[in-house]
Design a protein around this ligand. Sequence first.
Ligand code: ASP
Ligand code: MG
Length: 406
Amino acid sequence: MRILVQKFGGTSLSTSEARDHVVSHIRRELENGFRLVVVVSAMGRKGDPYATDTLLELAAEGQGFLPPREQDLLMACGEMISAAKLCSLLAECGVASTVLTGAQAGFRTDSHFGNARILEIVPTRVLEELEQDKVVIVTGFQGQNLTGDFTTLGRGGSDTSATALGAALHAEIVDIYTDVNGILTADPRIVEDARPLEYVSYAEICNMAHQGAKVIHPRAVEIAMQSGIPVRVRSTFSEGEGTLVANPEGFKDVQLGIVDRYVTGIAYVANVTQIRVEAAGKGADNLQLQVFKAMAENAISVDFINVTPTGVVYTVFDKDALKAESVLNALELSPQFLSGCAKVSVIGGGINGVPGIMAKIVEALTEQNIQILQSADSNTTIWVLVHKDDMVQALRALHDKFELGR
Ligand code: ASP
Ligand code: MG
């Protein structure tokens, strides 16, 4: 049995025109001989009648407080409405389908309401329905805890439902349908000649997703990566194949022109504050421990961490900077703050061990008189911190330097 998982996001289900596209993608893949599992999100975005945020607003009206367990019950409704609507549209054109809730599809989770972890998936019911030749529509974003309560997987969690189910069913591929044509080399609102990528590796897309290219949820990619299931990110509104996300070995089966590249894309996170704390005579080890423990205890997430023998430098989101300042002042440290920074990343599975990448980055930025405030690197990414006012120019310069444009 060749199983394909298709996931349709909120914008793909929000209008009747969009839903017609959804139905045609389903019919095409049935004709291609696949058994289909279709994971759906709630329709539309905040303000639209059945969107997750709209449901939450409904509960927030007035003085009432909705406990987390009941909040999950409420949020689960959005996906059920989408699923039922799709079932009726398929029936209209003679395609037999059945709807399964997260629980019925076998998603067992812990009881962390609002952000539950999948413990296991037992997709017996899904397989039975597929064998009956039905399209199985599964409500994304939800599961069931061991007591039988509805749980949800965290905002944006229907991507996770799709790749996890793909892994559990040993699907051939998971198609994530959205409103963009795949993964681009950079944010097209900033870099005009940003171009859709034919393929990216799991590691590359993980870096891009965490860096703000919000096309697919990072957790969904991590699950796909662990199980080696290829994912395609593609548009509901076109027939294009979008971007294939897989292990580099997976690309060998695909006819591609440019497998041998170093840099894949440029991403960014704006609005971060750099914090520098010097030991000034005190033991630096103790200082490191003090600083990071205090941040953790106050639930401030830290990033871009450089520890040196004389102190620490790291970043927090601008919104957490004031809190970080009062925490550090209470410890009688003398932190220095630089707000309004942006983290720019150069991502590429091929950069590891290749000389000259950092030189090119420095060259691109100094040509534009952009100061690098801090840098760090991993196997697939080099990050530089710049002033936010320089960010747009930096993204464009790097995109040009690595010849990523059309
Ligand atoms: N409907 C859920 C949300 O808005 C899940 C999803 O769309 O992925 O977070
Ligand atoms: Mg989403």
